[in-house]
Write a protein that binds this ligand. Structure first.
Ligand SMILES: Nc1ncnc2c1ncn2[C@@H]1O[C@H](COP(=O)(O)OP(=O)(O)OP(=O)(O)O)[C@@H](O)[C@H]1O
Ligand SMILES: [Mg+2]
Length: 403
């Protein structure tokens, strides 16, 4: 038989039947329709044929000596390489129980013998069309998955690059000042040693040196501490995916506890925190992550949102909906100007540089929400209108092994 384009487009069909007359009839009929047909007369030959070249469709007899059609199908479906080829059973067995069994072992259709040629053709065409659609979908899906992985990688690399640049920049300042202080101290020490060696030291030299030594070491200590603090916060930016256990807990009461740590700061400014929405929201998640998110949000409100004498009203709102947890946090402070709103989640974006801000708080929250919790976060704010953060994270019903 010559291989034509049309044949390869119409499909490659494997016929399995131990009755040669059946095989001849089906084979002729399908070949006439332009299908490429291979015929075998036993189950084991069928398995060999499928392994040699995967057909687009298999027409499979059930009652055969040796291996039955059911067994052939079961083995095909159990193997990743052969599972894709759809199987239509074609059999004289006519009881519902036979058909049910055929579907149970993985068949996609069932034709009863004696068959009508039109019926066989119609069913073959339908199954081939479905098979092609499934394959196309599978290919699209794989393509999308590949693209997604690529995008995530690119974004990660870009974020990493920005982070490394930021880290160098941030650490450079305290280290640079430290180096200056240390070299000043070294120079003064050398001078001091020379005076001592030449026996020319005056009382004023001693007091000058002692003052320099005290000042330099204070500067050194302060700046090395600042560098150490920075390194500590950078460590938090790289969200450790495994550091902390996941468990079932009640989010509203847990957050209430977490906020107790902040109560001195809150009291000092007469600020209030309310937890609203559903009560007793039980989720399976990482409690420490939630504590850190809320702590950073509240710290930001206290640091950025209010005038020194202004008492703020901070509100947390919790709701579960369709397997998702909707978490809202808002303050009624000064808000974030439009030109900054797009930058607040960037690492090192801060309006408090030099006053204790590293610009990492919201970046850490962003990483925790998107990476660790698999959710999304966005911020709405306008100058003079307060700030609201919306978190939306997947939260399927927890296994109730704890309340
Ligand atoms: N509740 C808020 N109200 C007004 N501005 C805010 C609020 N939260 C954040 N911002 C703005 O977003 C910026 C980035 O916040 P982020 O928490 O990332 O850094 P930071 O607070 O400045 O420093 P860090 O958190 O590292 O100490 C802040 O500098 C501030 O300008
Ligand atoms: Mg902050």
């Amino acid at each position: 038989m010559t291989e034509s384009n049309e044949q390869s487009v119409k499909g490659d069909i494997l016929l399995v039947d131990d009755t040669p007359a059946n095989l001849r009839l089906l084979s002729r009929m399908l070949s006439e329709q332009g299908y490429k047909v291979r015929s075998v007369i036993s189950g084991s030959m069928a398995l060999t044929a499928v392994n040699a070249a995967r057909p687009d469709l298999i027409l499979l007899d059930i009652n055969m000596p040796g291996m039955s059609g059911y067994e052939v199908c079961r083995q095909l479906k159990a193997d990743d390489h052969t599972r894709q080829s759809p199987v239509i059973f074609i059999s004289a067995l006519d009881e519902p129980v036979d058909k049910v069994k055929a579907f149970n072992v993985g068949g996609v259709d069932y034709i009863t013998k004696p068959f009508h040629i039109e019926e066989v053709l119609a069913r073959v065409e339908t199954q081939l069309a479905l098979h092609r659609q499934r394959q196309e979908l599978q290919e699209r899906y794989e393509e999308i998955q590949r693209l997604q992985i690529q995008l995530v990688e690119q974004e990660k690399m870009a974020a990493l690059g920005a982070l490394v640049a930021g880290i160098s920049h941030e650490i450079n300042t305290p280290i640079g000042i430290g180096v200056m202080a240390a070299s000043l101290l070294e120079e003064e020490t050398r001078h001091f040693v020379a005076l001592y060696d030449e026996d020319q030291m005056k009382r004023s030299d001693l007091s000058r040196f002692l003052q320099t030594a005290a000042e330099s070491s204070a500067i050194l200590l302060g700046n090395l501490n600042r560098a150490a603090e920075l390194v500590q916060s950078f460590k938090q930016v790289a969200v450790d995916q495994s550091s902390e256990e996941r468990r079932v807990f009640q989010l509203d009461s847990y957050l209430g506890d977490a906020l107790i740590h902040l109560s001195p700061e809150l009291k000092r400014g007469n600020h209030t925190v309310e937890i609203q929405g559903e009560t007793g929201v039980t989720i399976e998640s990482y409690p420490g992550v939630w504590a850190q998110i809320v702590t950073n949000l509240v710290m930001n409100s206290l640091m950025h949102a209010y005038e020194p004498e202004q008492a703020g009203r901070l509100i947390i709102d919790l709701r579960r909906e369709n397997g998702r947890l909707l978490f809202q946090y808002r303050d009624d402070g000064r808000g974030i100007p439009a030109e900054n709103l797009g930058k607040i989640f960037d690492p090192f974006f801060t309006t408090r540089r030099g006053q204790g801000g590293s610009g990492l708080g919201l970046h850490i929250i962003y990483n925790l929400v998107t990476q660790k919790l698999g959710g999304v976060i966005r911020c709405e704010s306008a100058e003079g209108r307060g700030t609201t953060f919306y978190l939306d994270v997947p939260s399927p019903n927890p296994r109730r092994n704890e309340e």
